[in-house]
Write a protein that binds this ligand. Structure first.
Ligand code: PMP
Length: 394
């Protein structure tokens, strides 16, 4: 039977990583895969994570199954971290999932179960996994305008006009903060206008929040999500702990379904547990336990927050250094957007040909759509990248 399988396209980022490895140039710069790296190029285990793992190792006397929705302490801690009381806890159904990807996937399946003909509105561009999972599930995708290639900010008028075509029963997928792949985000007034559209169309928001704490701060990055959930009757939220806890491989995420009444809440909770059982049964526990251990221990939490702040500020510093260097070299402010963008990524907004030229002529590796992982830079590589950008004529 296997001969009937079709070859799947290779993962572009993994292919890029391999090319980077094979490149002998000492000045090569890897801005591809989306993981945080410190100034030495390492993706460290956070201090609080190490300490929590130690605590768990000492105290844990069984690895028997948790519940289908995972350990309730994890859900409680994450609901608090993301929503901070924006809606009553009793309205939030939640299930732990393998990573934020698992939460997004389960959310799509929930949408499909609830409304088989629902369309999902996605930003153009969005995280490619959104598109591939929607296609895989045969869910209709409606792209909405998002990135303005001229300003490298959000094409907000275009976005709003496109969102206004949604109806009740459609889903609008939003990035809670730190948009991937562009780095361009809405301001508070623009989020308010999106909330108006959600209310006037009756479409259901689904918020993917994978970088809380990587943009403007833990509270600031969750502000839009909190405002949305408290302004609409129903909402889906897919949260990832991969980046802000640095526990990528532990596969730790939470799907939240917020409903307006107790009956809908109970149905949501049962359905989330049911969906987990169909796909993988019990979700992974280790990362979730690390997260709840940190969030429920004042000392560990304070240390985690301090380290996350270091990470966030390091990325902001690199953004500023790159923008400054490009201003110096180009004599113009046209790269100022790099300092305005937030999160790990910035879309440079150039052609695949220029991206290839950066790679072949300068050993700079970024995804073909010109997404750069800002955390892949350091003080030594910032001037190399800036000079290369000018040399290829971006
Ligand atoms: N959503 C977005 C927009 C992301 O960028 C990511 C990470 N690449 C995720 C979700 C989920 O990541 P993970 O499954 O590793 O938690």
């Amino acid at each position: 039977m296997f001969e009937t399988l079709k070859a799947q396209p290779a993962d572009k980022i993994l292919a890029l990583m391999q090319m980077y490895k094979d490149d002998p140039r000492e000045t090569k710069v890897d801005l591809g895969v989306g993981v945080y790296k410190d100034a030495t190029g390492l993706t460290p285990v956070m201090r609080a994570v190490k300490a929590a793992e130690h605590k768990i190792w000492e105290a844990q006397d069984s690895k028997v199954y948790t519940g289908l929705a995972g350990d309730p302490a994890f859900a409680d801690a994450m609901i608090d971290l993301v929503l901070d009381g924006a809606v009553p806890r009793a309205t939030v159904a939640a299930a732990a999932t393998p990573g934020g990807t698992g939460a997004v996937r389960q959310a799509f399946e929930l949408i499909q179960m609830a409304k088989p003909d629902a369309r999902v509105f996605v930003s153009d561009p969005t995280w490619p996994n959104h598109l591939s999972m929607l296609k895989y599930l045969n869910i209709e995708i409606v792209p909405y305008r998002y990135f303005d290639n001229e300003t490298r900010g959000v094409d907000f008028d275009g976005m709003l006009a496109d969102l206004k075509t949604a109806h009740a029963g459609d889903v609008i997928l939003l990035h809670g903060c730190c948009h991937n792949p562009t780095g361009a985000n809405l301001n508070a007034t623009e989020w308010d206008a999106v909330i108006d559209v959600l209310q006037s169309t009756g479409a259901t928001p689904m918020i993917d929040i994978a970088y809380q704490g990587f943009g403007d701060g833990l509270q600031e990055d969750a502000a839009a999500t909190r405002k949305i959930v408290s302004s609409v009757p129903e909402c889906l939220i897919a949260a990832s702990c991969s980046k802000n806890f640095g526990i990528y491989r532990e596969r730790t995420g939470l799907l939240m379904a917020v409903a307006s009444d107790a009956t809908a809440h109970d149905l949501n909770q049962q359905t989330l547990a049911y969906l987990n059982r169909q796909n993988f049964s019990f979700p992974p526990d280790h990362g979730a336990r690390v997260v709840s251990t940190i969030l429920n221990d004042a000392t560990l939490k304070a240390d985690w927050m301090a380290e996350l702040e270091e990470v966030r500020n390091a990325m902001l510093d690199l953004r500023q250094q790159l923008a400054d260097e490009l201003q110096r070299l180009s004599g113009s402010d046209r790269f100022g957007f790099l300092a305005q963008h937030r999160g790990m990524f910035s879309r440079l907004g150039t052609t695949p040909e220029k991206v290839e030229q950066l790679r072949t002529e300068h050993g700079i590796y970024m995804v073909g759509d010109s997404r750069m992982n800002i955390a892949g830079l350091n003080t030594k590589s910032v001037p190399i990248l800036a000079q290369a950008i000018i040399d290829v004529g971006i």
